[in-house]
Each structure stands twice: as C-alpha cells, then as structure tokens.
Design a protein around this ligand. Structure first.
Ligand SMILES: Cc1ncc(C[n+]2csc(CCOP(=O)(O)OP(=O)(O)O)c2C)c(N)n1
Length: 274
C-alpha cells in the first residue's frame, strides 16, 4: 500500500473534532490553513497560546486548533481577551471573529480594546453577512445587497472596519481576501509578532448565504471572483481611476506603528516589531 503523506501541520489541529462544521467552499477553512502556515513558519506552539472565538461560523475556527480556547458568547471576545491579558500579559492571545461578532454586537469592545492597544491578534473573517444564523444583513454588507433580511437590497452603507480600527487606535491593521494566500499568511505572521492591537480582516466567500442571496450563486469560485472584482490592492491604487475604485474595498497593509500597550494593570512599551 502506498504511504499516505500526512500534512505536518496536522499537529496543530484536533482531528477528533472532525468532520468540521463549515459548509463546502466556506472561506473559514482557508483562513485556518493560512493560520497554521503562519504558526509553522514562526515555529509557534498553539498549546502555549490562547485562542478565542465568539459565536458564529468564524468563531468555530479555533475549535479545530490544539490549544486552550474560549468559545461561547457572541461579541465578547475582546472582553475575555482583556481579562486574560490582565492576568497573563505575556500569553499570546489570538481571536477569530466574524464581522457581526466583532463590529456589530462587539463593536464597542473592539473600539475600546484598539484604543488601549491591547496586545492581541484579531483575525476577522468578513463574509459580508451573519452567516451562522442564516444570512442576515451585517454592518459589512455591501450597499444594495439582497440578504435574508433585506429582500429589496440593503440601504445602509458598508462599514470600513480597518479605517474604524485605525481611528480607534489599533497599531497594526491589514485587509486581504481569501484569494490572497501568501499575503494572508504573511499578515498573520506580522500580527503574531506585533506588540499591540493587530486587526487582520479577511474578506471571504460565504457561498451558502451571501452567494445565494446577494449574488445568485452558491458556487464558491464565483463568489471569490466577485470579491476579486470588488477589491483592489493598495500597491496598484495609483494606477486605478477613482471611478474604478468606487464601491471597492482596498486591500493591503494599511498601518503598523509602535505605541504603549495598556492592559488593565500595566502600561508596557510597545516593543519594536521583529
Ligand atoms: C448575544 C447573542 N446574540 C445573538 C446571537 C445569535 N447569533 C449567533 S451567531 C450570529 C451571527 C454570526 O455572524 P458573524 O459574527 O458575522 O459570524 P459568521 O457566522 O458570519 O462567521 C448571531 C447573531 C447569539 N448567539 N448571542
């Protein structure tokens, strides 16, 4: 019998939790894949870290990681992270949150944690809707999108989470899409090495809900193509007209600075990144 090659990054996962919960073609699996690549390249051991998920599809990502994890209350990931950092300031804490989790119900927690420059990594999967509960409109839903709760199209403008985080005081902010394999992995590596509040937003396909309701397709590749058509890279921004950029999200490394960290009991200097 031919040898079966086992992916060495399986050591970061909990195979006993499989089969996983994600729909076929969901971007959460890609995000988990990029994250384990980042861990491997940095030689970081998730068993010496804490991972937090709120409630939602994205919040399930850390369930599959071999680590100490908290999973349970929608929108409260940063409250937990704050408590952990108060007691164990040097323990690496990584949060996986959906756009609803982080900037709808959890919006104020995000703003205050960014303001304090809490030393955590936040990976936000922006699938442009509340996926787990059936595809409702979210603060990140593009304007005019048909969703389960906006059958005539959403009238509200889309939130730019990265701009919000920078305005609130986050010290490392990047946005990429699930199609940006290497950039996502490298952004996560920068975040894991950064001292202070890192937000990595990953615009992701939800074929089951956003795809079907807003785009009329459940085909993951078609949703990814739509995302590619509705984003552009900061590095090419100068060569694109304002008209072409309209309604599209910029992607890239927006911001990375060093500033003191406040975590409840201590003010620590934000050491220079590696
Ligand atoms: C306090 C509270 N409010 C609402 C819910 C219901 N709820 C569960 S998941 C979810 C939305 C999840 O959307 P998002 O955070 O964007 O994550 P996704 O599933 O899209 O990855 C909601 C509203 C809940 N579980 N707890």
């Amino acid at each position: 019998m031919a040898d079966i090659k086992i992916n060495p990054r399986r050591k970061y996962l909990r195979p006993e939790k499989l089969p996983h919960f994600f729909c076929s073609g969901c971007g959460c699996g890609q995000v988990l894949n990029y994250y384990t690549q980042a861990l491997e390249e940095l030689d970081m051991d998730p068993e010496k870290m804490v991972h937090i998920g709120g409630v939602g599809c994205t919040a399930r990502i850390p369930v599959y990681i071999k680590t100490d994890m908290l999973h349970g209350v929608h929108g409260r990931t940063l409250a937990w992270a704050t408590g952990i950092k108060m007691m164990k300031p040097d323990l690496p804490v990584v949060i996986f949150a959906g756009d609803g989790d982080l900037v709808s119900i959890g919006g104020n927690h995000m703003i205050q944690a960014a303001r304090r420059n809490l030393d955590v990594t936040v990976v936000m999967v922006d699938n442009m809707n509340f996926a787990m509960t059936g595809g409702q409109v979210a603060p990140t839903t593009p304007e005019e999108s048909v969703t389960m709760t906006t059958p005539y199209g959403s009238a509200e403008p889309r939130f730019d989470t990265c701009r919000l985080a920078i305005a609130a005081g986050a010290t490392h902010v990047e946005r990429w899409t699930t199609a940006d394999r290497v950039q996502c992995k490298d952004a996560m590596k920068r975040a894991l090495q950064h001292k202070g509040f890192s937000l990595i937003e990953i615009v992701s396909q939800c074929p089951t809900h956003y795809g079907r309701y807003a785009l009329g397709t459940g085909d993951p590749q078609k949703v990814i193509d739509w995302i590619k058509d509705h984003t552009y890279k900061l590095t090419t921004a100068d060569s694109i007209s304002e008209e072409e950029k309209s309604g599209k999200l910029p992607c890239g490394e927006f911001y990375r600075v060093s500033r003191p960290i406040y975590q409840g009991t201590t003010v620590m200097s934000g050491k220079e990144d590696k």
